[in-house]
Design a protein around this ligand. Structure first.
Ligand SMILES: N[C@@H](CCC(=O)N[C@@H](CS)C(=O)NCC(=O)O)C(=O)O
Length: 215
């Protein structure tokens, strides 16, 4: 049995739960982190020395880092859609996973979601936040060009790239922030919203996190 640890409001947990839903994997979900706590318990630290969620336990295998978990689940249970046998094909979603981790996520999640949404107004560093608004607008315009007329980022099928990147859209498009005109990304977001796993695990209210720096 697969066990997934992490609070539902965690963006990184949401990616994992959405993929678990796409794969229809039987699992147990245990809330950890935030108000649920438990991350500094020795048993939890034995699984993830960083004391962060998400973490999964699949039989004797423990995996932490959300995108490593996506890759693991894709390879174990999602071939070929979420883990192509051919390395060149697999490199397409893989490069977007890395781009998400190194570009979009730092600019959006750290820069805007933490720097603006979660930071109380009087504590915001608005010049840094404005630079992140600009960086995220550039990212969205790039995605708009890349997706073009395709239903999903890389073609006709949902891949790990859509899951990692698309999880940010629910927050990005539901905050009062400056956004560029990106009709193809908005269409893509609408297609993701048709998926039960996205609705159930990603489209969750997040207002409880507004102005709240504490986990
Ligand atoms: N790069 C890690 C980030 C892990 C992380 O920072 N997780 C946050 C939640 S998104 C966390 O555990 N925060 C402490 C808490 O929720 O109490 C990943 O992708 O899994």
């Amino acid at each position: 049995m697969l066990t997934v640890y992490g609070r539902k409001s965690s963006y990184n947990l949401q990616k994992v739960m959405w993929l678990v839903a796409e794969l229809g994997l039987p699992h147990e979900h245990i809330e950890r982190g935030g108000d649920f706590g438990g991350l500094d318990a020795p048993t939890f630290l034995a699984m993830n020395p960083h004391g962060r969620v998400p973490v999964i336990k699949d039989g004797d295998t423990v995996v932490w880092e959300s995108q490593a978990i996506l890759r693991y689940l894709g390879a174990m249970y999602g071939r070929p859609q979420f883990w192509a046998e051919d390395a060149a094909t697999r490199s397409h979603p893989d490069r977007w996973l890395d781009w998400n981790a190194t570009s979009l996520q730092p600019d959006f999640l750290n820069g805007i979601f933490w720097g603006w949404y979660r930071t109380p107004a009087e504590k915001r560093n608005m010049s840094a936040v404005k630079a992140k608004f600009t960086a995220c607008s550039r990212h969205m315009m790039l995605l708009d060009r890349v997706i073009g007329d395709k239903p999903f980022l890389l073609g006709a099928e949902l891949t790990l790239a859509d899951i990692a990147i698309g999880t940010a859209f629910h927050r990005y498009f539901n905050m009062e922030i400056p956004r560029p005109d990106v009709p193809r990304v908005e269409d893509w977001h609408h297609r993701l919203q048709e998926r039960p796993g996205y609705r159930r695990h990603v489209m969750l209210p997040f207002a409880e996190l507004y102005g709240r720096l504490a986990y």
